[in-house]
Design a protein around this ligand. Sequence first.
Ligand SMILES: Cc1cc2nc3c(=O)[nH]c(=O)nc-3n(C[C@H](O)[C@H](O)[C@H](O)COP(=O)(O)OP(=O)(O)OC[C@H]3O[C@@H](n4cnc5c(N)ncnc54)[C@H](O)[C@@H]3O)c2cc1C
Length: 418
Amino acid sequence: MGNGTKKRILIIGSGIIGLCSGNYLLKDGHDVTIVEREALGDGASCGNAGAIAATEVVPFALPGLWKDVPGWLLDPLGPLSLRLSYLPQFLPWLYLFLKSSNQKKVEKSTKAMAAFLENAFEDYKPLLGNAGLEGLLKKEGSIMAYKSEKGRAKDQYFWDLSQRNGIEFQHLNRQEILEREPALGEQAHCGVYQANWGHFANPADLVMGLAKEFQKNGGTHLIDEVEAIEFEDNKPKLARTKDGQALEFDHLIIAAGAWSTRLSRKLGDNFTLDTERGYNTTLPTPGVELNNMVLFAEDKFVATPMSMGLRIGGAVEFAGIDAKPNYSRCDTLLTLAKGYLPDLNGEGGTKWMGRRPSTPDSVPVISPSRHHPNVHYAFGHGHLGITAGAVTGRAISDMIAKRPSEFDLASFHINRFD
Ligand SMILES: Cc1cc2nc3c(=O)[nH]c(=O)nc-3n(C[C@H](O)[C@H](O)[C@H](O)COP(=O)(O)OP(=O)(O)OC[C@H]3O[C@@H](n4cnc5c(N)ncnc54)[C@H](O)[C@@H]3O)c2cc1C
């Protein structure tokens, strides 16, 4: 790259999205700094279920979903819940979520996500390969377990829509499930196997490995919190931090997960982002072995076999960013898991809560600012931040380099609900 195109790029946030973006931008020869307020990141990227869920292209807001909303309020420990006190702040997101559930919009978002996730595995290859992290990725596929044929039939629209967008899967009967996962008890009546699925054996090792790789290749990683963005001649020019640093940039990338819109607002870019808080417990001696990642369809949780144990997690809780975690959700998930895995040992687990940065239409924001050509956003990956980390990093580097995009950028634009 000639000197004329080498830019000073500042990324806010060193979760999976900031790190993949930083590593891809270094490959283009830029001078890249990541600023992150916590040594290991205090976001969602280290403690999650670790899946590259490349087949998860259908959004959550599906036609007819509005009927379920009252139930969210009534069952505080249900798979999807809303704290009543949070309802007033939640209404704008809920409105756009329900609006996004019309069939035309759902089909459009699915198509956009299918094109976006097509290279989910491929785009990780250069990042993992250079960092010696390939061993962390297990590509064994996943099993979605159903309690009944009726449960599977309820998801018919989801599976049809997935198939129409090129997603491959295979129905399993009880016997076929057992051949793949002997540990599953009678509650797993039938299922669906998806081969194009993988998981990282430890997402925290992935994040730390990518951070090391970033530094090794000349990236600067600062621990500090960005509090303000300052302008010169109406152009964003520097980020002012809590410790008083002035970080100048040519380009700014906001990859601050659930906190991103607190920063984008300072630049006049509003977007209705909320956080779906999720919970899990990692069991060091689970007493059962799983070969694949298993998803439990009706009860909406997952079990991932990881290097440090079996991670059982899920749940969606709308309560805002700052509310205290309610770890009784972890216990509820473990009780559900024992129903499917009769020999599960639930003792000695480590509990975790993370904040998924969620958009109303389940499509992330990968977009230039509405007002400032030198500012880009990369947030709102919801349930799919690990899945889409590398494709997002590549997309951001393509935007900065003005290379053509391989997917429909309009669906990912920050202005799409304007
Ligand atoms: C229970 C659970 C299970 C999940 N399982 C999966 C899965 O299996 N597969 C999958 O693809 N996804 C999964 N996800 C989703 C995934 O974890 C997220 O989408 C992803 O981690 C988001 O990454 P991010 O980099 O955008 O945000 P984060 O990881 O949250 O990183 C943002 C960072 O920005 C920093 N920051 C914020 N504001 C500032 C500031 N002003 N100054 C400096 N730093 C700042 C924060 O400290 C934080 O570290 C799961 C999430 C949960 C909760």
